[in-house]
Design a protein around this ligand. Structure first.
Ligand code: NAD
Ligand code: G6P
Ligand code: MN
Length: 445
């Protein structure tokens, strides 16, 4: 501890993850003491619903922390130490279209993978660049921890357009997978696991998984389990897991068989088995609909209830957890210069020895006051390298499309992607996406 009390702003104050993150921040006051918490969003109405409930929670549980919410960038980004990036440009309305338009043409429809993921990435670039610029103007010493997707594309845009920005792009998916590995091995949590992992965001493999305390190699035990059950734990562990996530974690059993030497990130299913994904999707009811019926309903319903009751004493929220705990761990590591190991999305610069230095990769890194120090992970297998080269080229082409306002580059990105079978299909999807993305994308010529 250094005696300092921190000021944090959450960009995307209206995010469904915000209340959970607030609860975990409150819980962590001995570990990460704060003097101020602010929300920033460009949708005043959505943010107000969460902001008013959080005002009550803060008054009851952490009155020493000054709390406010605003849509004014200067107010939001002045006098802060950390900016948390949790925005969804175009909100669930656009996510729904990212999922449903490709499905119309028999292509995988998913938030961060395939054409939907690339469409989302292109929407996020200008908004994240703008937030970086405000942060640099109003709080130049602040760090931004960004988890606004599509992370791989956002990170590539940062590398090219704001190479010196104090932003770290992170993802919680490997943490979720590792927590499952811990449960499978009878350990308490992902904190008990040491690992070597490499790949791109939502596109990676574990080379090593060990018991952090004893050093025991857990790979043999895990492989034996994963080949039949994937990362599905079941029982109490999975009592709140929604059906689409259940299918995802179970499908890892098949993903694993594509390379029995490593353990896959659960997102590999979208690249290995796109036809299976499409066959099992309902084009009229995608993940967005499930969220509207579940997470969004719970979060906003509970906020409304708290505001009406004027108290959060009987709060039934159960939405803090891995995602927000992980973010608290990360800001703690930066604030106190602990050099703990987490995963980051950053320029390769040799971390994967047979990938280009300017590839954006997801690799272990030490987190401290100066940001991250990526670690060497060794060589990617031939199969993995081939897959990564294709996928990262798509991600780079999306950023080219943004910079050059190029229809051609976006079309190439879609056509090259492993989830798209044919360039004519790529064109149909892109042509449907352009009008609906007009408020967010540059005009592609
Ligand atoms: P959400 O739609 O509930 O919330 C996003 C909020 O961002 C909304 O309130 C919206 O008004 C706001 N917003 C949109 N554009 C903005 C802009 N330009 N400036 C300020 N605010 C803006 O979304 P959610 O499901 O809670 O997810 C939030 C983000 O976190 C998404 O990008 C999601 O993909 C990401 N996420 C990432 C990880 C990860 O592993 N990297 C994990 C979970 C969620
Ligand atoms: C994981 C991924 C995130 C992604 C999220 C989607 O946490 O790491 O990048 O945004 O899943 O979850 P959802 O519940 O919104 O479908
Ligand atoms: Mn992620």
């Amino acid at each position: 501890m250094n005696g300092k009390k921190y000021s944090v702003v959450i960009a995307g104050g209206g995010s469904t993850f915000t209340p959970g993150f607030v609860l975990d921040l409150i819980k962590s006051q001995d570990k990460f003491p704060m003097r101020q918490l602010k929300f920033y969003d460009n949708d005043a109405e959505r943010q107000k619903k969460i902001g008013e409930a959080v005002k009550i929670i803060m008054k009851e549980r952490a009155p020493q922390i000054k709390f406010s919410y605003t849509t004014d960038p200067k107010e939001a980004f002045t006098d802060v130490d950390f900016v948390m990036g949790s925005i969804r440009v175009g909100k669930y309305h656009m996510r729904s279209l990212d999922e449903k338009i490709p499905l119309k043409y028999g292509v995988n429809g998913q938030e961060t993978t395939g054409p939907g993921g690339m469409a989302y990435g292109l929407r996020s670039i200008p908004a994240i660049i703008q937030i970086i610029d405000w942060m640099q103007e109003y709080s130049p010493n602040a760090w931004m921890i960004n988890y606004s997707n599509t992370i791989a594309i956002v990170a590539e845009a940062c590398r090219r357009l704001r190479p010196n920005a104090k932003i770290i792009n992170i993802c919680d998916m490997p943490i979720d997978d590792m927590d499952r590995m811990a449960a499978i091995c009878g350990l308490d949590s992902w904190h008990d696991i040491d690992f070597n992992y490499y790949g791109l965001n939502h596109f990676g493999w574990w080379k090593e998984v060990r018991n952090k305390k004893t050093g025991e190699d857990l790979m043999p035990k895990l492989k034996e389990y994963v080949k039949d059950h994937g990362y599905w734990v079941g029982g109490d562990y999975d009592k709140d897991t929604e059906p689409s996530w259940e299918a995802t974690f179970k499908k890892v059993a098949d993903d694993y068989k594509m390379d029995p030497e490593t353990l896959p990130n659960n997102y590999m299913q979208y690249y290995y088995f796109p036809q299976y994904e499409v066959a099992n999707a309902d084009p009229k009811h995608t993940r967005t609909d499930e969220i509207r019926e579940h997470r969004q309903k719970i979060v906003f319903g509970e906020c409304e209830r708290i505001v009406k009751a004027g108290t959060a004493k009987n709060n039934i929220w159960d939405i803090s957890g891995l995602h927000s705990e992980y973010i608290v761990d990360i800001i703690h590591a930066i604030a106190y210069n602990t050099h703990e190991k987490f995963l980051a999305n950053c320029p390769n610069n040799g971390a994967i020895s047979n990938m280009d230095p300017d590839s954006i990769v997801e690799v272990p890194a030490l987190f401290g006051a100066d940001g991250i120090q990526p670690m060497a992970t060794g060589k990617a297998g031939r199969f993995q390298r081939g897959l990564m080269m294709e996928q990262q080229t798509c991600e780079k082409l999306v950023v080219d499309a943004y910079v050059e306002h190029s229809y051609q580059k976006m079309l190439q990105a879609f056509a090259l992607n492993k989830t798209v079978p044919d360039a004519s299909v790529a064109k149909k999807i892109l042509d449907d996406m352009i009008p609906v993305n007009a408020p967010y994308w540059p005009e592609l010529k």
